[in-house]
Design a binder for this molecule. Sequence first.
Ligand SMILES: Cc1cc2nc3c(=O)[nH]c(=O)nc-3n(C[C@H](O)[C@H](O)[C@H](O)COP(=O)(O)OP(=O)(O)OC[C@H]3O[C@@H](n4cnc5c(N)ncnc54)[C@H](O)[C@@H]3O)c2cc1C
Length: 1014
Amino acid sequence: MRATPPIPASAGTSTPASSDLEARIREYGEKILGLMDAAGPPSLFSKKGFYGSLMEWAMRDEHFKTQLFRFVDVLPSLTSSGEIARHLREYLGDEQLKLSPALRVGLKAAGGASWLLGAGVKSQITGMARQFMLGDDEKEIAATLRKLHEQDIAFTVDILGEAVVSEDEAEQYAARYLALIEGLARQVAQWEPPCQSNISPRGQLPALNVSVKLSALHSQIQPSDPDTAMGKILERLRPLLRRAKELGAFVNFDMESYALKDLTVRSFKTIFSEAEFAEQPACGLALQAYLKDSEADLRGIIAWAREHEHRVCIRLVKGAYWDYETVISQQRHWPVPVFSQKPETDANFERLSVVLLENEDAVDAAFGTHNVRSIAHVLAQADRLGIAPRSFEFQMLYGMADPLKAAVLESGCRLREYCPVGELLPGMAYLVRRLLENTSNEGFLANKFGKGAGREELLRAPRENLAAGERRPIGKDSERSATPSGRVMRFQNEAHTDFRLAAEREKVRTALAGVRRQLGRRYPLIINNDQVSTPEWLPSLNPANQDEVVGHAAQARLAEAEAALAAARSAQPKWGAAPADDRAKLLEHVAELMRRDKATLSALEILEAGKNWPEADADVAEAIDFCNFYAAVMRNLARPERTQAVAGESNFQQWWPRGTGIIIAPWNFPLAILTGMTAAAIVTGNAVIMKPSDQTPVIGARLMELLMEAGLPPGVVNLLTGPGSVVGSHLVAHPQIDFIAFTGSKEVGLKIWEAAGRTAPGQANLKKVVCEMGGKNCVIVDSDADLDEAVAGCIASAFGYQGQKCSALSRLVVLADNYDKFLERLVAAAASLPVGPAEVPGKVLGPVINREAEQRIRGIIEAGKSEARLAWQGAVPDDPKACYVSPAIFTDVPPNSRLFREEIFGPVLAVSKAKDFDEALTLANTSEFALTGGCYSRSPANIERAKAELVCGNLYINRNVTGAIVQRQPFGGFKMSGGGTKAGGVEYLQNFLVPRVVTENVLRRGFAPEEAEW
Ligand SMILES: Cc1cc2nc3c(=O)[nH]c(=O)nc-3n(C[C@H](O)[C@H](O)[C@H](O)COP(=O)(O)OP(=O)(O)OC[C@H]3O[C@@H](n4cnc5c(N)ncnc54)[C@H](O)[C@@H]3O)c2cc1C
């Protein structure tokens, strides 16, 4: 292997040492810009006609741009002119329609008739899309490519597609590629003479060149299991590469989002190391300069190419998903993988260009850019290194920057166009990306053609732009928010683990082995921080293997319940009088310990609750959030708050703990909910009896250990495991219990509510019940919904953790226009979910919690067959030791059926059809529950109606309905779903407190102190 030459210090900079280079860049740049100016602006920027004026308007008015592009995005799904006109008005409003010159022309032409306007606009936008895409007619595609060929422009063809949500769709995508290669190979073979852009000093390149997106070859890419994903992708790639090899075609791997980057690079190296593909077909890979780790990737590929003596092509681009990457990483609290400043990306592009050129003996370089400065820099560096300009190629997108293409060709360079083919509907996302790129404030094309920037500015070195510009940091390190009283609070959510990282996956694997070594341990009760054993021990079983005992939990009797209550009552006064800050610190310490043990806690949940890796990890993260968030909220509440300023009198509200309570938690979020309710109760100064679910007592015992390790004083939390019907009922009714925090079924919740309402003789307080019960949650899929998103979101909401979440989707109401297409994709997507034990990474659907649940859900599915049509039932492993239930989707579900009304808490989804949005809302609101709800729609008016009319505690628009994040989405419902309390919200702690107002007359003998003292 040859060593890689170092990059000269001056590369990509404009220091005095590189002034010669800068001068050369200027020279090339001026020349290209001169040639471009002679050619005139590209049609998109011509300022004439429909597109030109739309673009001009969009660049002037950010709001108009957003609305316009959203309209473009929804347009292909609109089937009637009336619908188009309605959406146009909803997005742009009458004012905007009148103001925009292009739309004004459209309105005028339509004579004000909305249906005519609709049809006109659709055909205009379709024409706009055609500027960037070749359509899906094979003959038309071949004809367009041939034209390019005749202009000596090489091409690469990419098939645009919907997001692949099922394995059927992935198969179809692979088949379309195969057909495309076959069809085009026949045509291209007849084109003589060869296109000059395909002739490099090293020889002739394949005339047929295709670009592939790996995400389209497998629908179930799970970050926790990249190996399976790669296996499936390579399986589908092999026939394609085999055919490409036979036909002499070139295959390029496009680069998509950062989440897929490592998988793409690894798949590339793996498959092209296989003996069969070690030499043919010719291949390439795109790398994105906006990524901070792109240089390491580039050097890695070059080293691989040298080692395998496999000459590959690297297409260097800046990267097309900048907004997405910054938004997603900020939402997840992950490091932002892209540079935050545009000139940083430009500078990195220049640095990497040099790396590529310096290694041109090992790899072919392709520069995918429409930026004249970037192109001029490549040419100047090639000069410096003595590399002939035809040794590398420039690549540009079909329909973009035509004058630049002409200038590059005229400058004697090789040029390839990236040509997307396919139907208009799936292509809209691509069109929107191109429109954004053309109008981006930061973009070269918009600066040159839209804003008319001068040559000086356009050719300035990135470093100079960076120095001149303001540094805009992306990603804040803490979230600050105001409480209702206006006080500022600091809190940051715990990041979910990034399982793309091998080290993180290894941690869970090691933790699983560690937890396994401790299986079968006995977990006594804890009263006053002392262990208490009882005669009876209940085994807790792994849902995926009922022979595996995770642990044995002591079963409390009434005597232990009384002892625990006495311990709590005696500890509470001192604990309640302790400074709130001390109590807050205890929770923060617990959060720290949970973070330390994150992988072990996840592993325990995987084995005891049957949660898959990401679900278990999210539960632990939520538990950490509850501790930190309630600590922060308590610090604010602890400061008495003035109710009103009035002269001579001080009026302050303050809070007192309620006293002693019982926490009754469910198994489905075994750590988070138990921690959340307990943390809220104790940080507010109460003492509690903590009763975890019978299904997950070991996790409860682990929480107790962590509380004690953090320094919990004896008696403040007492762990009681045991039968809810005995211990729980006894304590709920106990006169010395002041509050009950319960999360669980409606059946038990209502009993608690009733029992707590009865006042026993000698009872000091009215009991407060914090009660979170179930849901029968509904999502509406509107006729204009983005089906890629709706299918993926509904699958995750209905089948995540086997549907065993109170927030889970269980009723889907789909508008008639979308019904058949949506249902077909939904069923195919459900059928693609990987099923298996939660501990196997990458499995999405596992067994349900226990035998009883399994039998119950199976019974409901059987009975459901006589109520509705069973549209699909999935296969599950035939494992008698595991509690699998075959997931089911029912259609034609009548609103009065059990399937439509009753909470199932399992992987069962009821689908109904609605003729219009009114009917959809009526159906959705036909429920005694009101927990979560959702709506997928791209109609601004219908989204507003959903916001106003859907009856639920947590409403999610255009996203899945599960996975509430502490503080961001305070969680809880009303009606038969609960008492309207919001876990993870700033008001939640008030449920565990009683408010007091202290008024003091500060006027003494007519003398009032300074205002600050009242
Ligand atoms: C032939 C071809 C193939 C392509 N293939 C791919 C591919 O496989 N994968 C892919 O992701 N993209 C691909 N692209 C798109 C490419 O990544 C760019 O989005 C596009 O070409 C714009 O870059 P530019 O150099 O032409 O324009 P410029 O205007 O110079 O650069 C715009 C780019 O700068 C970056 N940027 C914008 N704002 C910021 C900021 N605040 N901080 C940091 N960086 C910022 C973004 O990457 C943005 O696209 C391809 C482009 C071409 C021409």
